[in-house]
Each structure stands twice: as C-alpha cells, then as structure tokens.
Design a protein around this ligand. Structure first.
Ligand code: ATP
Length: 237
C-alpha cells in the first residue's frame, strides 16, 4: 500500500506539489495522470526518498521508503530507464541487481524472458539499447524481487504497440496477484485500458481521483482529463 498524505513540495518558489493525498491499494493499478510539468515525477521522487517533501508524508507499507530496510526487496521502482549504466550489458545490470538483493543468478534469465529481451540483446551494452529496450530492462530490474509494490514513471514511453500490450498484460497480472501498482503516465488511453483507479494531477494539485469507470460521470477519461487540465497545462502557466 502506498499513501500520500498532504504532500507539498516547493522548489525555490515553484510549488511542484500542493497538498497531494491519495492511496494505492494492493491488488490494483492506479494511473497517475497529468500533463507535462504537473508534478508526477516529483511525487514519485518524494515517494522513494529521492526528494524531501516540504510538508506532508509519502509512505509505502506505512513507512517512509528510506526507512523500510532493504526496500528493494519489497518495492520495485523504475523512475528513469535512461539512468541505467550505459557501459554494462543488460544481463550485467540484472545480475548486479540480483546479487544486491541476494537472489540466485537464475533469476536473471527468468526476468529476461519476462521482459522479452533475447540472450543476444542481453549481452549488448545498455548504451546501445533503444528506448523501448531500456524500458523493458528497467521494468525487469524493478521486478527482480517480485515486489508487492511497483512504482513506474512513464514506463510505456518508447514501447512499440506489442510492447504496450505486453506491459498492460504484465501490470494486470501483477495487480491480480496482489501487487499495488502506481503507474505515472500522460497517455490517457493507456491508463484507461490498464488502471483500476486514476489520480489526475495538474500544477501540483490533485484534480480528481476515483475508479476509472465513472470518474467522469459519463464523460470519457480523455474528456474529463482535458476539461480538468485545460487551465493547468504549461501553455497557461
Ligand atoms: N529539481 C527541480 N528544481 C526546480 N523545479 C523543479 C525541479 N524538479 C521539478 N521541478 C518543477 O516542478 C514542476 C513539476 O515537475 P515534474 O517533473 O514533477 O512534472 P511531471 O508531471 O513529471 O512532468 P512530465 O510529464 O513533463 O515529465 C515543474 O514546474 C518543474 O519545472
């Protein structure tokens, strides 16, 4: 379970998050939707302890992420697939993660199969990967320990249609197995197809939240999103 409770974050005068509160329950996918600059990445960075909230708290399993004690064993995180070490091969990235988490080397092959990277691709340096391949590797890294909570920032970026379908089925399967999945995205249709709940954010504020079905009271998720964010997008900033 993930809980944001009245989280605000101010960067030198920029209010990136403003009193953000929502929860992500086990067994569900929560889509975190917002236009560019809405505060999605900031919220996820606060959640995993990379950024301190100015006020409020964000917790996983009832505790701040950095006090969990070996959080990698319970929480899978992918914030920036571009941050994977470019000089290491995909297999090395996963092997290092497996060793850090105390997992057997056999888990690396399982994860490569899970994310659809071939043995040949896994031997290549990550610096030469396409964005979609990096996303697959980053998702695999987040799933090494079969975490009960998964936090993904824009994981569909760079994935081809097959990859997007694969991701959707993977997240559905994980949630159906009890995982709490928080999925940040600006792809409304993607969120609509996979998420059980949606939290919409604009200019750092939660604009709406609730079950995907029924959030807009008869309007499509896209219409709801556009109506709510029309005066919060960057062009209006
Ligand atoms: N380190 C920082 N210093 C100053 N301002 C920041 C910093 N990080 C983010 N911001 C500002 O906070 C606001 C929210 O940014 P954030 O990256 O969280 O948005 P986002 O919803 O993830 O956007 P995108 O979809 O474009 O990735 C923006 O106005 C951004 O400029």
């Amino acid at each position: 379970m993930i809980e944001f409770s009245h989280v605000s974050k101010v960067y030198r005068g920029v209010r990136a998050l403003d009193d953000v509160s929502f929860t992500v329950e086990p067994g569900s996918v929560t889509g975190f939707l917002g236009p560019n600059g809405a505060g999605k990445s900031t919220a996820l960075r606060v959640l995993v302890g990379l950024s301190r909230p100015t006020s409020g708290s964000a917790t996983v399993y009832g505790l701040p992420y950095d006090t969990l004690g070996n959080p990698g064993t319970r929480v899978g995180v992918l914030l920036d697939a571009g941050a994977l070490h470019p000089g290491r091969s995909g297999r090395e990235v996963l092997a290092l993660g497996a060793t850090t988490l105390g997992l057997p080397g056999s888990r690396v092959g399982e994860v490569l199969d899970l994310v659809g990277l071939t043995g040949q691709e896994a031997r290549r340096p990550v610096g030469g990967y396409s964005l979609g391949m990096r996303q697959r590797l980053g998702i695999g890294h987040a799933l090494l320990r079969r975490p009960g909570t998964l936090v993904l920032d824009e994981p569909a970026n760079g994935l081809d249609p097959q990859g997007i379908r694969w991701l959707r089925e993977l997240l559905r399967h994980l949630a159906d197995s009890g995982c709490a999945v928080l999925l940040s995205s600006h792809l409304i249709h993607e969120v609509e197809q996979v998420a059980d709940h949606v939290v919409m954010i604009g200019r750092g504020r939660v604009l709406a939240q609730g079950p995907v079905a029924g959030l807009g009271g008869g309007r499509s998720l896209e219409e709801t999103f556009l109506a709510l964010t029309s005066d919060t997008d960057r062009s209006a900033a």
